[in-house]
Design a protein around this ligand. Structure first.
Ligand code: G3D
Ligand code: MG
Length: 216
C-alpha cells in the first residue's frame, strides 16, 4: 500500500497540482503530517486509515489517505491526510503541501532526544512560514510505548512551544497547539489527537468570524 501511493507521488506530471489529481474533496479538511524521518508519520497514517499496523518503508514522495474521525465532535468528519517524506533533502517540499491546509500534525519521536533540536528547528520553520500563519498544530508525541519516552510537559519545554504560539491563541497569526501522547503502532492517542486538532480548527474559524464581525 505504502509503495503504491509513493509511486503515485513520484509519477505525477510536473504541471499537475496535487489537489487536481484527487477526487473531489468538498467538505473534507486538509491535514499535513510533518516531522523528521522515522518519527512514525506513515505508521500513524495507516493506523488511522486501516486500524491496523502496516510495515512501512521510508517515504520518498508522499502518501495520502482520507481518514474519518471517530471520537467527540470529530466523529464522522473527513480528513484528507498528507504524509510527506521527512528526510532532510525532502523537507523543502513541505511548503507545497502546507499551502492552504486546515491543520498540521507534527509527528515527534518522543525518545529521540538527540534529534529534538533538529525537530524543533523544523517545527519553528514550519510555524513561521507565512503560508502557515495561524494554522493549528497538533504535536503527536509518538512512540510513548518505548522506555525513556518524554512526557508532553517536557516536550513542550524542549520544543519551546510557548514561543511558537507567538501572539497567543486569540491572534489569527499565532498558532494554537496541542501535544498528544501517542503510539502509532497500537493506535493509542491517534484519534484523540485528530479530535484535538479538529477542535482547534473549529476554534480558529470561530475567531476568524468574530474578527470579521468586529472589523465591520
Ligand atoms: P516516518 O514515516 O515518519 O519516516 P515510519 O516513520 O512510520 O516509517 O516509522 C519509522 C519506524 O518507527 C518504523 O520502524 C516504525 O515501526 C516505528 N514506529 C512508528 N511508530 C512507532 C511507535 O509508536 N512506537 C514504536 N515503538 N515504534 C514506532 P522500523 O523498524 O520499520 O524502521
Ligand atoms: Mg514515512
Amino acid at each position: 500500500m505504502s509503495s503504491y501511493v509513493n509511486g503515485m507521488g513520484a509519477n505525477m506530471g510536473k504541471n499537475t497540482s496535487l489537489l487536481d489529481a484527487l477526487p473531489s474533496t468538498q467538505g473534507t479538511l486538509h491535514v499535513v503530517m510533518l516531522g523528521l524521518d522515522s518519527a512514525g508519520k506513515t505508521t500513524a497514517l495507516y493506523r488511522l486509515k486501516f486500524d491496523q499496523y502496516l510495515n512501512t518503508v521510508p517515504t520518498i514522495g508522499f502518501n495520502c489517505e482520507k481518514v474519518k474521525g471517530t471520537t467527540g465532535r470529530a466523529k464522522g468528519i473527513s480528513f484528507l491526510v498528507w504524509d510527506v517524506g521527512g528526510q532532510e533533502k525532502l523537507r523543502p517540499l513541505w511548503k507545497s503541501y502546507t499551502r492552504c491546509t486546515d491543520g498540521i500534525v507534527f509527528v515527534l519521536d518522543s525518545v529521540d532526544v538527540e534529534r529534538m533540536e533538529e525537530a524543533k528547528m523544523e517545527l519553528v520553520r514550519t510555524a513561521r512560514s507565512p503560508d502557515n500563519a495561524g494554522v493549528p498544530i497538533l504535536i503527536l508525541a509518538n512512540k510513548q510505548d518505548l522506555p525513556g519516552a518524554r512526557e508532553p510537559k517536557e516536550l513542550e519545554k524542549l520544543l519551546g512551544l510557548q514561543e511558537l504560539a507567538g501572539a497567543g491563541t486569540s491572534s489569527p497569526q499565532g498558532h494554537m497547539w496541542h501535544v498528544q501522547p501517542a503510539c502509532a503502532i497500537t493506535g493509542d492517542g491517534l484519534h484523540e489527537g485528530m479530535e484535538a486538532l479538529y477542535e482547534m480548527i473549529l476554534k480558529r474559524r470561530k475567531l476568524a468570524k468574530l474578527c470579521k464581525k468586529k472589523a465591520r
